[in-house]
Write a protein that binds this ligand. Structure first.
Ligand code: 4AD
Ligand code: MG
Length: 431
């Protein structure tokens, strides 16, 4: 007899199989009772009929608790009314572990803090499971996209000797006799990668000591960062757009049932189409003005500003050409207007905020030294980075897509903490 998963049951119609899983729920109607089984790939209704299975298994009904682990054998039957289209006619139930205490997460309402403290169990539930499955699909799509487009994976280190995205959110640690930081972004190393391979990317965790408790910030999050040599700001935006449309198409192709569990409005995702609007910072400021939103020119946009701007469009909007002081030291300046940096942010629709940040990099060594000084950063740890401008410097660009913000948008979950298996925030280090 084969051991199979719920997801693959359709290949075993009429056959006797074994499924390993956990008790999700059960209910009884006299001589028949139903065990709803969960195996991590889906849910399955198992029908237990007196006389059709062994007596011991039939009598288990009163003794099974939610999340008991069980191996169930039975015959796969087509049942159009059941979730997944199949049910199991049970022959035998083997209890692997009987949970003596009541499982902490029941069908009643629990507060989010309680659920977060039980995150290690909460991820078994339908909604959380669906979000993490979609996250899995998004990660796969990202990797496929870069593989299909001849990017080479160049892993950036996590211990670093310098800041990338400003000094206010650095996690500092003792590194033998020296100080080190947890990386905020793998970008600088990708610039070396792009010069070595033409196109490279890294995809890993990055760290920011975010003291703000918002629904968009984690202290540890995942970022994918491609970098392309011989690439200007506009070509960079082309890459951003193709990556995002590719991921959305793949999620729509492979995650319909998860999106349904999440009650996601799929029309909104289907409306995401190339070309995405590309507007300048100045044009974005005009949109705020037209909507009577107070805004000081020269500042970065706040969450409500981003929402007002993105509400104008169905697809994500790319805002480029920013006042120099809003952006990091490595941004190239616009050759026509020196007060503008060739940075670009992509803002998701429906109020999900900035999902991608990137731009064209400064490739002139003298200007770069000047801006490092202007940002009050020490030159020493950037010596290797300056080498990239000494030896065969070329126009190059790249960007970073924040995985959890992206998952939040695709899933339609308001809070970023549900988009990563074990979130790290200012207030949470466990589980
Ligand atoms: O805009 P950011 O800071 O850009 C960079 O780090 C560049 N060095 C990337 C590059 O060009 N290679 O961050 C990129 C993205 C943001 O758009 C956002 O989606 C996400 O990372 N992000 C966060 N996500 C969760 N929690 C936080 N604290 C985040 N900070 C940024
Ligand atoms: Mg940014």
């Amino acid at each position: 007899m084969e051991t199979v998963t719920i997801k693959n049951l359709k290949d075993f119609e009429g056959q006797e199989v074994k499924i390993n899983g956990w008790v999700y729920n059960r209910r009884s109607i006299g001589k028949v009772w139903f065990l709803i089984l969960r195996d991590g790939t889906g849910l399955l209704q198992c029908v237990v009929v007196d006389g059709e299975c062994d007596l011991e298994s039939f009598q288990l009904e009163q003794n099974l608790n939610q999340e008991d682990s069980v191996s169930v054998t039975g015959v796969v039957k087509k049942e159009p009314r059941a979730v997944g289209g199949f049910e199991l006619g049970v022959k035998n139930i083997d209890v692997i572990n009987h949970t003596s205490n009541e499982y902490p997460i029941s069908n009643k309402e629990h507060g989010t803090d309680f659920l977060m403290s039980n995150r290690h169990l909460w991820i078994r539930s339908k909604r959380q499971n669906s979000i993490l499955r979609i996250r899995h699909q998004i990660i796969k799509s990202i990797r496929d996209f870069f593989d299909n487009n001849d990017f080479i994976l160049v892993d950036s280190p996590i211990f670093t000797g310098n800041a990338v995205e400003g000094t206010t959110t650095l996690f500092e640690l003792k590194y033998f006799e020296k100080k080190a930081y947890l990386t905020q972004s793998g970008q600088l190393y990708q610039e070396a990668g792009a010069m070595a391979f033409g196109k490279s990317y890294c995809f890993g965790p990055v760290f920011r000591a975010e003291k703000s408790k918002t629904r968009r910030h984690l202290t540890e999050f995942w970022m994918v960062e491609p970098e392309m040599s011989y690439c200007d700001l506009n070509q960079n935006m082309d890459w951003m757009e193709s990556l995002v449309t590719y991921i959305i198409d793949e999620v729509l192709k492979h995650c319909q049932s998860e999106l349904i569990v999440l009650e996601r409005n799929i029309d909104k995702l289907e409306a995401v189409k190339s070309p995405f609007p590309r507007i300048t910072y100045d044009e974005a400021v005009d949109i705020l003005k037209q909507n009577n939103i107070e805004f000081t020119y020269g500042k970065d946009f706040g969450a409500s500003d981003e929402t007002a701007i993105s509400n104008q469009y169905e697809s994500p909007v790319m805002i480029h050409s920013w006042p120099v002081d809003t952006k990091a030291f490595y941004m190239k300046r616009d050759e026509i207007n020196n007060n503008l940096a060739l940075g670009v942010d992509m803002i998701a629709p429906e109020g999900y905020g900035e999902i991608v940040g990137g731009g064209q990099r400064e490739d002139n060594i003298d200007i770069l030294i000047e801006t490092i000084r202007h940002h009050d950063l020490p030159l020493k740890p950037f010596e290797w980075y300056l080498d990239l401008r000494k030896y065969g410097s070329v126009p190059h660009s790249g960007f970073g897509l924040g995985l959890e913000r992206f998952v939040a948008w695709v899933c339609g979950t308001k809070h970023i903490r549900e988009t990563i298996p074990f979130p790290r925030t200012m207030a949470r280090l466990e589980p």
